[in-house]
Design a protein around this ligand. Structure first.
Ligand SMILES: NC(=O)C1=CN([C@@H]2O[C@H](COP(=O)(O)OP(=O)(O)OC[C@H]3O[C@@H](n4cnc5c(N)ncnc54)[C@H](O)[C@@H]3O)[C@@H](O)[C@H]2O)C=CC1
Ligand SMILES: O=C(O)CCC(=O)C(=O)O
Length: 416
């Protein structure tokens, strides 16, 4: 295992004036309202930032909000010693280097199911659209062409839907599909409770071979990278359809384009791509453009007003709780601590390298400064320890300064 790249601060996090928040990618106004109501200085931008732009803009920022398109990697984290937390206003967190964020003492919060239903509903719509070739019929009539045909159009009732990744979204899709009379099978690396009449397949091949529609709902991980390539597409039934609203790295697009051009697949709906534009004004090119019965959408699976408003509130709530009390419950990359504030104390939040003797050194500082500990909670993972400590108000500041000077320190601040 490679040695993590820890930062070496010697002072507590600098917070002078209002906390600085940078929200990117048109995050819903509900988040800005909540964060501004806390007295934070919020800047909200419409688009994503390229890595080099982020490295520039992140300096001095305390809270960063992103969606799926801004990559938060080590070079940016290294330039943001005051960064307290990242809010991913979405489900996926593959765009953040979670390990780097962890060793920089930066918890990453997401919204694990606020847009789940929106994705599931889009997928259901696409199943019907694909089987009735609605995209093509719609385009033709707009162009003044009248092609009233039944050939190749089917009802979904009685057809088999194969769901790859039977998590939050996959299960919702399954429940909705059964209500339309579809037979549902699923494949997941974990053992999952089958909802309704759905049943698991023994492996991915069995699912591909037995489904009329295959829909993908896996996260972007090394195990899902290009998991649907030429070999997997060849296993799918002739005339069947593929739907990908998961991540662009899951499907080999050139292989999908070949399977569609050859007529092996009857159609596809694709919402996510290996490379996506950063803003709505950038152009976009994919090999799938212009192919018959192919629905292409611009990563809008979770883009409904309901989902975005809920995500804005959910992630802003996590960020505010973390700022005010250090609560890390729900952070996807951090030891979990949530403990009530104690009146008339000051709270020190300390992230440190998880090496032997750190707690001894910290407690020696506390003891040397004759400070009384009202509460102390430590939670650790392989690389870091996260310590929440409530002290008498008059000693908290010198204790915080001294802890930040330890060679094991990563990030320290006071909540008062
Ligand atoms: N198009 C869009 O706008 C949106 C896309 N997404 C994407 O959808 C993904 C899934 O979201 P959720 O259902 O909420 O996640 P989830 O974590 O609830 O479910 C994912 C499931 O995939 C399974 N899985 C992981 N690796 C697998 C593999 N190699 N083979 C088979 N199964 C595997 C997991 O065990 C889990 O059950 C997200 O990670 C995100 O990338 C999420 C929201 C919106
Ligand atoms: O709406 C977005 O920005 C991203 C949606 C998504 O892909 C997710 O939630 O993981």
């Amino acid at each position: 295992m490679s040695t993590p790249k820890f930062p070496s601060p010697s002072t507590p996090v600098s917070i002078e004036g209002p906390l600085k928040v940078l929200l990117l990618e048109n995050i819903h106004a509900s988040a800005e309202e909540m964060l501004a109501a806390e007295g934070f200085a919020v800047e909200r931008l419409k688009g994503a930032l390229k890595p080099e732009e982020l490295e520039e803009r992140i300096q001095g920022v305390h809270l960063l909000g992103i969606r799926s398109k801004t990559n938060v990697w080590e070079p940016a984290l290294a330039k943001a010693p005051n960064l307290l937390a990242v809010g991913a206003f979405c489900i996926g967190t593959n765009q953040v280097d979670l390990k780097s964020a962890n060793v920089h003492g930066v918890p990453v919060f997401n919204a694990p199911f606020s847009n789940t239903r929106s994705v599931a509903e889009l997928v259901i719509a696409e199943i019907v659209m694909l089987t009735r070739q609605l995209g093509d019929r719609n385009r033709e009539v707009h162009l003044g062409q009248w092609r009233k045909v039944a050939t190749g159009s089917h009802e979904v009732r009685g057809k088999t839907l194969g769901i790859v990744g039977y998590g939050h979204i996959g299960t919702q899709v399954g429940v909705l599909a059964e209500s339309m009379g579809m037979r549902v099978v699923f494949y997941d690396v974990m053992t999952k409770l089958p909802l309704g009449n759905s049943r698991p397949t023994a492996n991915l091949s069995e699912l591909l071979e037995s489904s009329d529609f295959v829909t993908l709902h896996v996260p972007a991980t090394p195990s899902t990278e290009w998991m649907i390539g030429a070999a997997e597409l060849a296993r799918m039934r002739k005339g069947s359809c593929l739907i990908n609203a998961s991540r662009g790295t899951v499907v080999d697009i050139p292989a999908l384009a070949s399977a569609l051009k050859s007529g092996h697949l009857g159609g596809a709906a694709v919402d996510v791509y290996p490379t996506e534009p950063e803003t709505n004004s950038d152009g976009f090119v994919t090999e799938l453009q212009g192919l018959p019965n192919v629905i292409l959408t611009p990563h809008i699976g979770g883009s409904t007003e309901e989902a975005q408003a809920a995500i804005g509130k959910e992630v802003a709530t996590s960020l505010i709780k973390f700022v005010r009390s250090g609560a890390t419950t729900g952070a996807v990359n951090f030891p979990q601590v949530e403990t009530p504030l104690i009146a008339n104390t000051h709270r020190i939040l300390n992230v440190h390298r998880n090496t032997p003797g750190v707690l001894r050194d910290i407690n020696k500082i506390v003891s040397d400064l004759n400070a009384n500990i009202h509460a102390q909670v430590l939670s650790t993972d392989a690389n870091i320890g996260y310590l929440v400590m409530d002290l008498d108000q008059d000693v908290a500041n010198p204790v915080c300064q001294a802890i930040a000077g330890l060679h094991t320190d990563i990030k320290t601040r006071i909540v008062s």
